[in-house]
Design a protein around this ligand. Sequence first.
Ligand SMILES: [Mg+2]
Length: 318
Amino acid sequence: MSKRPILIAEDDAVSRRVLIEALEQAGHQVLVAEDGEQALKLYQQSEVSVIITDWMMPRLNGPGLCKLIRQAESENGSSPAYIILLTSMDRSEDLALGVEMGANDFIRKPFDNLELKARLCNASRIIDLQEELLKKKDEAQHLAMTDSLTGLRNRRAMLDSLHLDEDRTRRERQPLGLVMVDLDGFKAVNDSYGHAAGDQVLMSAADCLRACVRGGDYVGRWGGEEFLIALPGADIIQCAEVADRCRRLLSNQRVRLDNGFALRVTASFGATSGEGVDRPDLFQLIEQADRALYWAKEGGRDRVKIYVGSVDSGPKPL
Ligand SMILES: [Mg+2]
């Protein structure tokens, strides 16, 4: 069972005491509220997975509390709590109302210790399942956004983040920088040393790029041997600096292959940055970075080119 505390909402002091003792004896940590409003506050302040609430309480009653908790859960997307209504009402229309308001289960008052244990056992099964599902969902989401070889974001994740950063930087009147990176002669690595060696080169290049970017920047695998670096807030000079730092580190290190060879790998870099009111949109920026990358390849590879207009600006200003 989840280690989170159980929240009790009960206005009757005697019944409250009995409930607290029963739960504590069973090894649970307990949070206690004397009415529905107080319970709602405690629920908002702490992470609880099980709530045992009386039906009749001053200010906010049990069904009302259920309803507000379900509303809050759907608003913030949190995992649903398991709510047990404590009640002496046993007419079927009352039970139906309780379920409609969001209760998962009922315990009749005065409650029986064995029944309480059985209900909590059921709650714990449901909560464990829910948590397992949530974990699996997170893992699936992570996998769908990650390049399995390098652990970098994949193209889809890059585009998701870039759209957000494009909106944010535009709002905050900040530039948005991009650097497109393409490994030089990568096909030859694959052809001469095999695909396993190619994979090692890609992983090592990914590590190198990750190590060189600034806090807040992020790197993704854009395609085969192509990477994209996003630099929110960076002007073109800063983009060129980061790109050149990556270039130098990459060309100075050697990738040691399984067969003992130490391979020198270089890459070409195209940098751009959009700022101002009528700055290019995201896809235009990507095109600009691509164009500058093309100039870097044309210019002889292992270099950084920046985009400052639709023609090659010549040597980079570093
Ligand atoms: Mg009551």
